[in-house]
Write a new protein. Structure first.
Length: 325
């Protein structure tokens, strides 16, 4: 009790580092990369100031610069030249992602982990993450086969890990089977297991050109009001063979990260999504927030909640900041 106990004693700059419980390390970061088949120079994303889509011709340089900062992994999103009803340009050996993986791998080799976002919404003309019926319903089971085929095409091109994000039931199992049947037994799956139906993906739709032409994603993504549902999703994905599980978005779902880490003790990732990036950028741009401090605090909170790794558009900035300390 006060005055014997004085909590402020250890808050001096002398002791703070010693008693700090959570540290942010560059090795915790995964940097999202957008590769666009239709452009020839980097194109800034309006709703994500300071973030760019990269052309195929510059993708190796971009990967090298990320790797050079000590960031261990990227997650690749492709923007194809052509979209169709079934997303067929998601899995061709000469489509955008497959080319990007091969280019990165042949230029910078093994030190950078190349993860691929595995979803159809960037490749379908309607922008949904699955096949769509004539009555505009999302068809779960027919989508699984295409996801399996896409995963195999990524692995064949040299991807180190695949990350299914479409929230189709059974997707992890289908992808695991497809990979195993094609001798890719060592390619891990990072599942977007607890992916909420979130307004914070807004800027991503522009970034990846994956806006939808009708409806929304509520029939396949989790209701933000629910926790038990997320725990069940994670349990199923683990059973189906997920190696890493992800919670997305991050800051509005710290309780979910905490509960999932506590319950399953699995390698757990959190996706600090586009809207979380844009909010900080917008406020900082107006002089209302200190960007570096807000980013640092956000990411430390996500780790403190239990995330082992964080996918964030601030990865390069944070890596530079950590390097300069
Ligand atoms: C594709 C996908 C989305 C994001 C990652 N993969 C968009 C969505 O589900 O609508 C969002 C990432 C972000 O907002 O940063 N299914």
């Amino acid at each position: 009790m006060f005055p014997t106990t004085r909590m402020r004693r250890l808050r001096s700059s002398k002791f703070r580092p010693l008693v700090s419980e959570t540290t942010l390390d560059v090795k915790d970061l995964i940097c999202p990369v957008f590769v666009d088949e239709t452009i020839t120079k980097p194109m800034e994303i309006n709703s994500m100031p300071g973030y760019f889509r990269q052309p195929l011709s510059m993708i190796a340089d971009e990967a090298a610069s990320i790797s050079g900062l000590g960031i261990p992994a990227i997650i690749l999103f492709g923007i194809p030249e052509k979209k169709d009803e079934t997303g067929s340009h998601a899995y061709g050996d000469n489509d955008v992602i497959q080319k990007a993986i091969r280019t990165i791998k042949s230029n910078i080799g093994e030190e950078l982990v190349v993860i691929t976002d595995l979803c159809l919404c960037e490749y379908t003309s309607h922008g949904h993450c699955g096949m769509v019926s004539k009555t505009q319903e999302i068809l779960n089971d027919p989508t699984l086969e295409i996801l399996g085929k896409t995963a195999v095409s990524h692995a064949r091109a040299g991807a180190d890990m695949v990350a299914p994000s479409g929230m189709m039931d059974g997707m992890v199992g289908a992808i695991r089977n497809a990979l195993d049947d094609n001798d890719f037994t060592d390619i891990p799956i990072m599942s977007y297991a607890a992916k909420y139906c979130s307004a914070f993906y807004g800027p991503f739709r522009e970034a990846a050109g994956s806006g939808y032409t009708f409806g929304d994603r509520a029939s396949y993504q989790i209701d933000p009001a629910n926790t038990d549902e997320a725990l069940r999703e994670v349990a199923l994905d683990i059973e189906e063979g997920a190696d890493i599980i992800m919670v997305k978005p991050a800051l509005p779902y710290l309780d979910i990260i905490y509960r999932i880490k506590k319950k399953f003790r699995m390698p757990t990732a959190a996706y600090h999504v586009s809207g979380e990036y844009s909010m900080i950028k917008a406020a900082a741009g107006n002089g209302w927030l200190d960007e570096k401090k807000a980013v640092q605090e956000s990411l430390v909170s996500i780790k403190r909640a239990g995330a082992d790794m964080i996918l964030t558009y601030f990865a390069k900035d944070v890596a530079r900041e950590l390097e300069s300390r």
